[in-house]
Design a protein around this ligand. Sequence first.
Ligand SMILES: Cc1cc2nc3c(=O)[nH]c(=O)nc-3n(C[C@H](O)[C@H](O)[C@H](O)COP(=O)(O)OP(=O)(O)OC[C@H]3O[C@@H](n4cnc5c(N)ncnc54)[C@H](O)[C@@H]3O)c2cc1C
Length: 396
Amino acid sequence: MLELTNDQRTLLATLRRFCKERLEPRVRVFEAGAEPLEPFYRELAQALGLAEVASAIVDGSPSPLEGMPPLLLTSFIMHELSRCAPGVALSFGATTGLFGGAVVACGTDEQRRTWGKRALSLELVGAWALTEPGAGSDAFGAMQTRARSVDGGFVLNGSKTYITNAPTCDVALVQARIEGAGDGRIAGFIVPSEARGFTRGRPFHKFGMQSSPTGELFLEEVFVPHELVLGGVGADGMPQDARLAIKASLGAERLGMIPMLLAMVERCLEECTSYAKTRVQFGAPIASYQLVQEKLARIYATKVMLETLFLRQTEAVGGGRLDAITRAEASAQKLWAAQATVDAAMEAMQVLGGAGYMSGSVVEMMVRDAKLFQIGGGTDDMQVLTIARDLLKGRA
Ligand SMILES: Cc1cc2nc3c(=O)[nH]c(=O)nc-3n(C[C@H](O)[C@H](O)[C@H](O)COP(=O)(O)OP(=O)(O)OC[C@H]3O[C@@H](n4cnc5c(N)ncnc54)[C@H](O)[C@@H]3O)c2cc1C
């Protein structure tokens, strides 16, 4: 069982209060794209002292977290943000987890200090760009974005799509294939938004996750110096192949989805339980009908199972043994949890009837947002293929 110190509990209470007071009232505004998310992120960073946390991670300065692993704090933040607005959590995760996490894990010291630290402390908005118009599930095999070696760096050409934070990012980690390397090598390039030839598309209109801007990135003869090749280059001027690092990022993203899904189911259960107790039909609260009770019980069962998965993660992270969760297991967790959350959110909407179907209802937002988890970070089908492959190779 995860034991938290009093200081850690206080930190989590601050986080919940902050989200309730500063995020909950603004969710509709963010969903409409009527206000940027950045001022909110600055407030969040200030409230939680994320600058000190980032320094502790990157510079090794004393951690303000009283022994709590930073990854655990990130999970708790993803959880609390998702109780109010999963889209805000998605964007937060793209900056701190996908972009920041990759730079901190694989970057040079200078890259970690300059870009990683600022992403972890939410000083900048980051994007992590793998998917392309012709390269979704087959992200490596079909990748068309190319990096050409030139004096002092690389020149990038291509485009990326469905990228979280693309419309607002200050910097993107763009994955591109190295031309002429002969081995299909892929590398990550840190591209600041002001780089010449780099264009950010407008936010897409989409089904869910509306508080998270998603869009395209275009690269036309963008020069990226060697210092901004993730992890730097060797004596031959070439970077290491990044495929394993990209897979690690996707694995971390999958695990990061569990606290989000738990939060969404918790919130659906709270909403439909309180509604069922007060909504009167046929002279009695609908909660008195066993058909409604069954729905509440099933949503509760999903919540309990997600809590168990989250606890398994927190123990692995707390014990410094995230590798205790294999790739097959991370895929299995995501596969099951995404479907279970979609089902739970739909059941919650059913309990609310018309009130749940109306725009503006929390449950309606959760139904829309839940679907993303069956597509993003690798579709359900890709999780099935990964599980089966690892299972048959004895790696599950
Ligand atoms: C809101 C949102 C945010 C996103 N954020 C990011 C981001 O920040 N960075 C990023 O790089 N990407 C991001 N993505 C992209 C996401 O990772 C891709 O959408 C996903 O990998 C699927 O690719 P695709 O959409 O091109 O679908 P496709 O790969 O075209 O798949 C279409 C369908 O075919 C199925 N399919 C494909 N191949 C097979 C096969 N071999 N066997 C069986 N079925 C198959 C798929 O499972 C799916 O059902 C985001 C997507 C969304 C919707």
